[in-house]
Design a protein. Structure first.
Lengths: 358, 597
């Protein structure tokens, strides 16, 4: 038996995409209308992908997962050799006038694989061996992305691994161990791995006036843009000149700042509500699913999207360091939009087939 | 199939916990938005006001141009420019009126430029160049009214020798709209070489402009530097010109129209290229006023034309040594072959006269050069025929560009029957070949071509390529394979032109110079009329082309005085100043020696 698609989720996604297009239109004066046209095309394609993937039966995802995952890894290896270089990162396949970013799609493949694998475990705790397999599945893909190197996208694999372990279940001592381990890794990275500009980005969060025209410049401009939006905003296309002039990456990483400046607290709150609704409906899909596979699949997608939203907004609002993580469905970018919609389509498949046991 | 009812309790619970955690973080982020927009909104809006980003161009100094001795031919002077950031203006019309009131530019032309500017909103426009202290003070004192205006330091091209090197060193022009469209990276306010060495070596001289991104307050005060790409200066260039000689040439020509080209016959290094009348090249360093442009373009003497490279003239008698050499090489005459000059000869049914009414009597090769007998060369020309004359002239570098590398060089002209049919569309008259044999009629040469051709005689038979900028890939001199004894005969004749008792350039006799005078007719003289009686613009062009010192030539000078009159009476004395200066102290001692002999 098949249920109807979740209209609330569609509403939330459509609202976010609409707001995104309004924002792309607002910066079109600076960046040209070509980006707007492309984003419109991607948005339509994304919606169709979502609807199409929601019709596929859940057990098919489980069976196809290893193949999809293998294809994803192959694409990640291929891009290292045949990919196009953009500002130091070899992460794109050029296909005619378009570019495809395999790291975005491989993440969905990884989620499918991890979910399919976890669905066949039973019991409330993962064994050490099982936990290792889960981590290895994620690290294989994330490691390839890190080689490009694309640290922002690599980071978005983190919630997939952590959530998989959380859902699979680990004893308390293991969690304490993981926290201690990550602190140790953080300290070690600070002293050896991180480059100076990356350290500066972290320090700027702690002390915003540290270097207002250097590393702190972007965050400061972002805060000015958001803050000067006030209650009702300055109007779309009428945003203070600072928006047009200062904000770097205004159509990608900092797109939310453009929206917040143009529409103010009212608009920002609406967008927050849309994201909250979307995540809530994903959560509902997870909670009502009648099999483990469905729960895990929806929860992994939800955790990943929530992570990206939180990290991006934290950066735009000056609470987290600049990392280059985009706002899903909102920032400009075809691969990110399509892969997000594909993941949402899988969640919808969970929703529609929630009472069908495998 | 798995068990029908698996225990989903724990995994569901964990998913719920996750959802709850996400909503908590979401709530916190939303509080942050509220803090920024609702509580601190006014503060951030004030910050936005005092938060203008500007892109300031950093000018790259253009490389200096030096002469062979290190005298500066082109330099940069610091100057004040006025920048306008059009997007920041509260009332652009009022701003442009303010600029116009300062006398910097006219309001309507400013308007036109602002409307035409490209899409890059952050780029400023240079609305004024070379501001004087009064204008700078005016802008500075109104800075708070016009934060969109900014006085910045810039550079202005300066040519220490001014008019003396105007054509050869060249001048600058603004980047054209086509160039800007082809390469949007260019700064539309920048200048590139328009003519002369400035154009020839533009890539070498041009630096890489930089830019600085700064944040300024609402009043235009700079608060901080966001990013800076420093500019890189252009490279300095040493050229072969001799500034001192260039000035001597300019003084020697004085107010007369004409040209001087001087090269080192050993390698083709150009020492002098001077064209008169000249102009002030610094008129083009800033904004050229319409009046100045009108004065330049309407001047009937065409000061912008480079007479050295673009002016083509009948070479007159200066061509004779080359026909003599050709006839010797072809075995058509011997040095002892003579012609009886009676002052005129009838050829092809027409009477052709010698310049000397009374005739020269019996004339051999060296006497023909010394006295410049026309009848002798009419006969040489008859023996050679037009096709061989044309071929030999080409061999000596006439009729095609010398390859000096400077822009807009003319090729000159060598007429022959084929050319006559193809270009002129009329048949070739045998009488024209008679004219060509004394450098009249359909044969035209540039001053630099004559200097190059005489360098062949001076250096023993090698055709050099003149150059002002050393190019490692430049062509080696071409050995023309001339018979040394033939050359020696010609050189002897050219020595006699200056030092012989019947020479046409005896005014140079105190100098170790060999050369040839030429008097190129602008119109054919009627019987009994002297050139000096003609209207100034119909008078003959006066040539002198020669080299010094005679035995070890270091300098070939080709000089023309337009409508000056006789080569011997006008051009040779003018050239003497240049030879004297070039020979300097060493030359003086040699010439003294010669005087004592």
């Amino acid at each position: 038996m098949e249920h109807r698609i979740d209209a609330w989720l569609i509403l939330a996604v459509a609202s976010i995409l609409g707001a995104s297009l309004v924002t792309q239109n607002a910066v079109a004066g600076v960046l040209g209308t070509q980006l707007l046209a492309r984003q419109l095309l991607w948005a339509c394609g994304g919606m169709l992908t979502l609807l199409a993937l929601s019709r596929i039966r859940l057990d098919l995802y489980a069976r196809l997962a290893p193949i999809v995952y293998a294809l994803g890894l192959a694409a990640l290896v291929g891009v290292l050799f045949f990919g196009e270089m953009r500002s130091g990162t070899r992460g794109w396949f050029a296909v005619g006038p378009l570019t495809i970013q395999p790291s975005e799609f491989a993440r969905v493949a990884t989620i499918l694989m991890v979910a399919a694998w976890l669905a066949r475990r039973s019991g409330t705790r993962l064994s050490a061996k099982e936990a290792t397999v889960v981590v290895a599945l994620v690290v294989a893909a994330a490691g390839l992305v890190a080689l490009e190197p694309d640290l922002g996208v690599t980071l978005t694999y983190l919630p997939v691994a952590v959530t998989a372990l959380w859902l699979g279940g680990l004893p308390r001592w293991a969690w304490i161990g993981l926290v201690v381990l990550s602190i140790l890794i953080g300290v070690a990275a600070w002293h050896t791995g991180l480059k100076d500009f990356q350290k500066e980005r972290v320090l700027t969060v702690l002390d915003p006036e540290r270097d207002p025209f250097g590393v702190g410049y972007q965050v400061r401009q972002s805060k000015i843009a958001v803050g000067s939006g006030g209650v009702a905003g300055q109007g779309v296309g009428h945003g203070s000149q600072s928006l047009l002039r200062f904000l770097p990456a205004q159509h990608t990483d900092f797109a939310f700042a453009v929206w917040a400046e143009a529409t103010g607290f009212v608009g920002a709150t609406c967008l927050f509500l849309a994201y909250a609704l979307m995540l809530y409906r994903i959560g509902m899909a997870a909670v009502v699913a009648e099999n483990r596979h469905g729960v895990v699949l929806a929860a992994l997608v939800g955790a990943w999207l929530a992570f990206q939203v939180v990290v991006n907004l934290g950066m735009v609002l000056g609470l987290l360091p600049t990392t280059g993580i985009t706002l899903p469905l909102f920032s400009y970018g075809g691969s990110s939009l399509l892969s997000t919609c594909a993941a949402l389509g899988v969640v919808q498949s969970v929703w529609r087939h929630r009472l069908v046991n495998q | 199939m798995m068990e029908i009812r698996e225990d989903l309790g724990p995994v569901r619970q964990r998913a719920m916990v996750l959802l709850l955690a996400v909503f908590l973080v979401f709530g916190a982020l939303h509080l942050r938005v509220a803090q920024l927009q609702l509580i601190e909104g006014a503060h951030w809006r004030r910050m936005a006001e005092n938060n203008r980003l500007r892109r300031l161009p950093l000018a790259a100094t253009r490389g200096r141009i030096y002469d062979r001795r290190g005298h500066v031919l082109a330099d940069n002077l610091p100057t004040w420019n006025l920048l306008l950031f059009p997007d920041e203006a509260r009332n652009l019309d009022e701003t442009l009126l303010f600029v116009a009131d300062l006398g910097i530019d006219e309001a309507f032309s400013l308007h036109r430029r602002v409307n035409k500017r490209g899409a890059d909103r952050l780029a400023p426009m240079v609305v004024g160049e070379n501001l004087d202290w009064r204008q700078v003070a005016s802008v500075r004192s109104h800075q708070s009214d016009h934060p969109e205006l900014s006085v910045v330091a810039g550079f202005r091209r300066h040519y220490p020798l001014g008019r003396a090197t105007a054509h050869t060193v060249g001048y600058l022009r603004l980047v054209s709209e086509e160039e800007f469209e082809a390469n949007p990276q260019l700064d539309p306010n920048s200048r590139v070489g328009a003519t002369g060495i400035e154009a020839l070596a533009d890539d070498f001289l041009t630096g890489q402009p930089g830019e600085r991104w700064v944040v300024v307050s609402a009043l235009g005060r700079q608060l901080g530097v966001v990013r800076e790409n420093p500019s890189a200066s252009g490279k300095d260039l040493a050229v072969t010109l001799d500034a001192d000689l260039q000035q001597v040439a300019a003084e020697a020509l004085g107010e007369r129209s004409g040209a001087v080209a001087a090269i080192d016959p050993r390698n083709g290094a150009v020492r002098v290229l001077y064209s008169a009348p000249s102009f002030d090249p610094e008129l083009f360093s800033g904004k050229l006023s319409p009046e100045d442009w009108k004065d330049l373009s309407d001047d009937p003497r065409h000061p912008l034309q480079d007479r050295c490279l673009q002016g083509t003239y009948p070479p007159g008698s200066t061509i004779k040594p080359f026909f003599a050499l050709a006839a010797l090489a072809e075995g058509l005459i011997t040095p002892d072959w003579t012609v009886q000059c009676t002052g005129a000869v009838v050829l092809h049914g027409h009477r052709f006269r010698c310049w000397r009414r009374g005739g020269h009597g019996r004339v051999n090769l060296s006497r023909s050069i010394e006295a410049s007998c026309d009848i002798y060369y009419y006969q040489v020309g008859q023996r050679l025929g037009i096709d061989r004359m044309a071929r030999w002239l080409k061999t000596f570098g006439f009729g095609h560009r010398t390859g000096i590398g400077l822009p807009s060089e003319a090729a000159g002209l060598i007429g022959n029957p084929e050319w006559s049919r193809r270009v002129r569309g009329t048949p070739w008259y045998p009488g024209e070949a008679v004219s060509v044999s004394i450098g009249q009629g359909p044969v035209l040469a540039t001053t630099i071509q004559l200097a190059r051709a005489f360098a062949v005689l001076a250096n023993g038979g090698r055709l050099v390529t003149p150059y002002v900028v050393v190019d490692p890939e430049s062509a080696d001199p071409i050995d023309l394979g001339l018979n040394p004894s033939d050359l020696a005969r010609i050189r002897q004749g050219l020595d006699l032109v200056v030092h012989g008792d019947r020479g046409t350039a005896r005014s140079l006799a105190r100098l170790p110079v060999a050369g040839k005078t030429g008097t190129a007719q602008v119109v054919r003289l009627q019987e009994g009329i002297d050139s000096d009686d003609l209207a100034p613009h119909l008078r003959h062009h006066a040539w002198f082309v020669g080299w010094a010192p005679i035995e070890e030539p270091r300098l070939v000078v080709a000089l023309i005085v337009e409508h000056g009159g006789g080569g011997g009476s006008i051009a040779a004395p003018t050239a003497s100043a240049i030879f004297s200066a070039a020979l300097g102290e060493e030359g003086d001692s040699q010439s003294e020696q010669r005087l004592r002999e």
